[in-house]
Design a protein around this ligand. Sequence first.
Ligand code: MD3
Ligand code: FE
Length: 218
Amino acid sequence: MTSDLFDDLPITVTRETLAPGAALLRGFAREGDATLLQAIEEVTAQAPFRHLVTPGGYTMSVGMSNCGALGWVSNRSGYRYDPLDPLSGQPWPAMPAPLMVLAERAAAQAGFEGFRPDACLINVYEPGARLSLHQDKDEKDFAAPIVSVSLGLSAVFLFGSASRRDKPQRYRLTHGDVVVWGGPSRLAFHGVAPLADGEHPLLGRRRINLTFRCAGRV
Ligand code: MD3
Ligand code: FE
């Protein structure tokens, strides 16, 4: 059994099904969290977090960066995956091995063997930041799941159905929780409630969320 460097409590990993195709792996990313954060820092030193503007002209409260062959970007003309970071004109940083390995293991645990994401969107939330209800459908391959990893402060995650009308379920996602969204859940509406203030031992007043995607042509 491995232990958390800071409190020596054993790490418990549990699996629950939120909906058909949606598997919540609580604690899955806690072992090795410091390694993940180090890798994220290396990415964001090259491709800093920025607040993107939506096609509707709103500046997002969530800060974003990417790693991998493709990165998700938004501006007044629309959303897209792009091989280049528009801030630098350079390719996005490569996906660090510890991130790729984590995503692959989590997907396999949920029944998606051979998951090989080409994009990892990195979201940073400060107190008050939120993500309104949306679907992720800019990817080319809906047969592949999306793997999400929560780090730092807890957030209330809103999980609806394929229809915006249905009232979403609420789940608290905490440091180290991983969710695999595949099958019938892949196109579900989802969002994040405004982040409550707090202090996390590794991340301070922040939450970071990683989403691993197969964005390009398969
Ligand atoms: C359910 N991120 O980046 S992760 C996003 O916490 C995004 O930053 C949120 O939604 C965050 O697009 C939520 C959970 C998540 C991600 C993708 C999904 C849930 C999903 C795709 C389909 C269904
Ligand atoms: Fe999303």
